[in-house]
Design a protein around this ligand. Structure first.
Ligand code: F6R
Length: 613
């Protein structure tokens, strides 16, 4: 949520900031703003409601804001509606201190009242403005001192970029519980919420830890604790492909990322230098657990949000089915407040693409505080969850830019399958033959996904018929229910069509009253043992006027008699069908969204990386 970029160096700052913000726009896109250190110890700034391009036009691509040091922000509104006055940067009264902020200041009402009693006036509805005035209150010519004093007083989460008008040769970056990195090249130093913002300029980055402050100058950076003690940090070299944050000819990042799924699956199965399938063995080195320790796991708690939660629901079916280990899946936002029962022999798995989701991070901390080991299944290397989890199993999907996740979700499924197979192997819950079949089938998934992606034309045609749909339902049983949840989320989030996912047998307990003539119902039916049951549910719906799209295995031709339209997926192991069934559902959502003219990569009201509760 919200993107921050800062630059100080030999180059003009504004174009670099705008360029970086464009790469972070997926984090928020209600409004944007920039502050640049000008001549005569003044700060020039511009803010604009709407997408970043409004700010770009307003500043002629940054040309009208000369200067070599500055900070910028793209906003996802939390406190106060999107408006010029609520946009960042925020200032003290004299506009000599500029602040951009990602996070939430939880005690801002108390601090605002405190400052108002001291004569400070507030012009916005944001929590951020309190930071600018607090800095002003404490600033006596030493920025580091003022910043750390503010850090001692504020509660909540923050990643900040701060600029002082009388100190144009330095910028400050500050962090607590919201992501922030800094980077450096020969020409200058950078602040960013996420790597893609500065990947074009440098691969040498430093992860700022909680309650640290960075002073950035043209040619060096210094790191400090909240108590102003200087600390030494080692840089991390980012080895992402330079194309990772570019569309590379695809119309949207979402389309590009869908097409990257075969690679994401391959990389997660066989990470370079550390393959997870070696001969007949599954090796998950990051687990760092002996077979006896794995056998001692009595229960798994999977905790995540959104699509990552849906991957967890699939994981429950696969792990329980294959390894006979009991799995509870929780929404992270619920887990931490329901006082969950974690018993001896339990292990917690948190799943997150960004590694920064506030609720998932809080669930991780809650579990650790209770003395339980946490495994993070994470995509972003070096993210907060990756750093705080006891063990990290990376999904090697590469950077995901589109707000709606596709390839990271697919990679999460693979990580869970590997875990399930490993546990099944040590628990001896599958026969040798079954295990060999699983190994063989999992390796085929990348090619099968590719095949489905290349067969997109008929899905596009079908999707075009549903651009005007009011409601769409997704149904399935068992594992097919898990994929229905994800299919439904994909559709509603990018096309704004109301959609719900139901366990196929459950619809008739109330929701079936919503079925009208020609309502589209996508029935996922990939579990041979349940074919007939799902067909019965399809027929109940058809009898009430529904148009039934079936997604099923290629050998289930009998379904054609009952369904109105059929999409086939290649035959795979019953436990892996979600990896294939999701592809047509993603494509369907994409083409409906495209046909409706929605902003596929940046759907309304959303943001990637939800760093607020
Ligand atoms: C949906 C989507 C979200 C995320 C959720 C968790 O397409 O992307 O539902 O899955 O916000 O995010 P991470 O995985 O970053 O924790």
């Amino acid at each position: 949520m919200c993107g921050i970029v800062g630059y100080i160096g030999k180059e003009q700052a504004a174009p670099i900031i705008l360029d970086g913000l464009a790469k972070l726009e997926y984090r928020g896109y209600d409004s944007a703003g920039m502050a640049i250190a000008g001549e005569d110890h003044q700060i020039n700034y511009k803010k604009a409601v709407g997408r970043l391009k409004v700010l770009e036009e307003l500043t002629h691509g940054g040309e009208t804001m000369p200067g070599t040091a500055g900070i910028g922000h793209t906003r996802w509104a939390t406190h106060g509606a999107p408006s010029d006055v609520n946009s960042h940067p925020h200032f003290n009264k004299e506009k000599t201190i500029a602040v951009v902020h990602n996070g939430i200041i939880e005690n801002y009402i108390y601090l605002r009242d405190y400052l108002m009693k001291k004569g400070y006036e507030f012009i916005s509805q944001t929590d951020t403005e309190v930071l600018a005035h607090m800095l002003d209150y404490y600033y006596k010519g030493n920025p580091l001192e003022a910043i750390t004093k503010v850090m001692h007083r504020v509660e909540g989460s923050y990643a900040l970029g701060v600029l002082f008008a009388d100190q144009p040769d330095q910028l400050f970056a500050v962090r607590k519980d919201s992501p922030l990195i800094v980077g450096q090249n020969e020409d200058g130093c950078f602040i960013a919420s996420d790597v893609p913002a500065i990947l074009k300029y440098t691969r040498k980055v430093y992860f700022v830890e909680n309650q640290e402050v960075v002073r950035l100058r043209e040619d060096h950076m210094h790191f400090y604790t909240i108590d102003e003690e200087e600390i030494h940090k080692e840089p991390t070299l980012i080895d992402w492909d330079a194309n990772a944050a570019e569309k590379c000819g695809y119309e949207h990042f979402m389309l590009k990322e869908m097409y990257e799924q075969p690679k994401a699956i391959k990389e997660t199965l066989m990470p370079q230098n550390n393959p997870r399938i070696r001969g007949d063995e599954i090796t998950i080195e990051e687990l760092d657990m002996t077979d006896d320790e794995l056998r001692a796991i009595k229960k798994l708690h999977i905790v995540a949000c959104g699509s990552a939660y849906h991957a967890g629901v699939t994981g429950k079916y696969v792990i329980e089915g294959l390894a006979r280990v009991s799995v509870e899946v929780d929404l992270a936002s619920e887990f931490r407040y329901r006082n969950p029962i974690l018993e001896e022999g339990s292990m917690v798995i948190v799943i997150s693409q960004s590694g920064e989701t506030a609720d998932t991070l809080a669930a991780l901390r809650e579990s650790k505080a209770r003395g339980f080991k946490v495994l993070g299944i994470v995509n972003v290397v070096g993210s907060s969850i990756a750093r705080e989890a006891d063990k990290v199993m990376y999904t090697w999907a590469g950077p995901e830019i589109a707000v709606a996740t596709t390839k990271a979700y697919s990679a999460q499924l693979i990580a869970l399958y590997l875990l399930a197979m490993k546990l099944a192997r040590v628990n001896n819950t599958v026969t040798k033959e079954e295990y060999q079949k699983l190994l063989c089938d999992i390796k085929l998934l990348p090619d099968q996904v590719e095949l489905l992606l290349n067969n997109k034309n008929h899905i596009q045609k079908f999707a075009n018929r549903y651009i005007g749909a009011k409601d769409v339902f997704f149904i399935g049983r068992g594992i097919d229910y898990a994929i229905s949840l994800e299919g439904s989320l994909k559709l509603k989030e990018i096309s704004y069509i109301h959609s719900e996912a139901y366990a196929a047998g459950e619809l008739k307990h109330g929701t079936i009253s919503l079925i009208e003539d020609k309502t589209l119902v996508a029935a996922v039916s990939t579990q041979e043992a349940l074919y007939q049951k799902t067909i019965s549910n399809m027929l109940e719906l058809k009898a009430r006027g529904a148009f039934v799209l079936a997604v099923t295995n290629e050998d289930n031709k009998a379904i054609e008699k009952e369904a109105d339209y059929v999409i086939y997926i290649p035959k795979t192991n019953a436990y892996f069908t979600n990896s294939l069934a999701i592809i047509p559902l993603q494509l369907f959502s994409y083409y409906v969204s495209l046909g409706k003219g929605c902003d596929v990569d940046k759907p309304r009201n959303l943001a990637k990386s939800v760093t607020v509760e």
